[in-house]
Design a protein around this ligand. Structure first.
Ligand code: MLT
Length: 275
């Protein structure tokens, strides 16, 4: 997709930016996880250019996108509307929407708010449930820590949780890239994303309404959203396929890019006339 170089303006006036690759084929929108940015999708943007017209926005407040200072101005609904603003700006009626982890929470909200703009859904290392009281407490602690000490204070803990055992021990260059990506996240965007996640709704009661094909992907070593958890909610989706990715944790797009690319390509090509 061709992205306007200055980016686009969100409905409430923030400048949003994105990476793009591929100009023909199925429109594919990639929504990144927390606290990442569009570089999370680099291996897909590089390898799938002949398969899809891809766009990977930076969520408001993260990557190169501007965002509000007030954390209450972040929510899954606002992120989903920002994603829809990209489709409007690029004159795309529908897209396949792919989200990883927090991006998956946004993708599910997009599916419910903008069903007419959705051709198919890819949910990676994510789930539809809202936060437990314990998770909300830990998000509040992280917000305090980032507000006083910056993003650096949460990097080590996050790295432990988002990367699989094999990546952490056998692929130090990937761990270094992910460390750098988290470290450059703007504090206000991180605090806002924590707020949006803490306040998000449980979308599991509505899974049966998502009447487009869905691909669900989970890293075999993902401790945050393990494959076993996915098996509890995937059957509620009317049309879904489920793939596990061997040797990868939560951040499958960077940890096992070849396998993930193969799975995405097969799904997108299988959509045939849906779009
Ligand atoms: C993510 O990778 O986006 C986060 O782990 C999601 C979360 O904290 O719930």
């Amino acid at each position: 997709m061709l992205v306007p170089t200055p980016g686009i303006a969100s409905g409430d006036g923030f400048r949003l930016r994105a990476r793009a690759s591929g100009e023909t084929g199925v429109p594919l929108l990639f929504l990144h996880g927390f606290p990442f940015d569009s570089s999370q999708w680099k291996p897909q943007l590089e390898a799938l250019a002949s398969v899809a017209a891809m766009l990977a926005p930076d969520a408001r407040g993260l990557g190169e996108s501007e965002g509000p200072r007030n954390p209450l101005h972040y929510s899954m609904a606002v992120y989903a509307d920002d994603a829809c603003a990209w489709l409007d700006a690029l004159d795309r009626e529908k897209a396949v929407v792919a989200g990883l982890s927090m991006g998956g929470y946004v993708a599910l909200e997009f599916a419910l708010r903008h069903p007419d703009r959705l051709a198919a859904l890819i949910l990676m290392d994510t789930h539809p449930f809202d936060d437990t009281p314990e998770t909300i407490r830990s998000r509040r602690t992280s917000q305090q820590a980032v507000a006083t000490g910056g993003v650096a204070v949460i990097v080590d803990d996050l790295l432990e949780r988002v990367l699989g055992y094999r990546t952490r021990h056998l692929k130090p260059e990937i761990a270094a890239d992910v460390r750098a990506m988290i470290s450059r996240a703007p504090p206000h965007g991180v605090i806002g994303a924590l707020e949006a996640m803490a306040r998000r709704r449980d979308t599991s009661p509505y899974l049966g309404e998502i009447d487009v094909p869905v691909l669900v992907v989970a890293g075999e070593e993902d401790l945050l959203t393990p494959p076993a958890q996915a098996r509890t909610w995937v059957p509620a989706l009317p049309v879904a396929v489920f793939e596990t990715i061997p040797g990868a944790g939560h951040l499958v797009t960077l940890e096992a890019p070849q396998r993930v690319n193969t799975v995405i390509q097969a799904f997108v090509e299988g959509l045939g006339q849906v779009i």
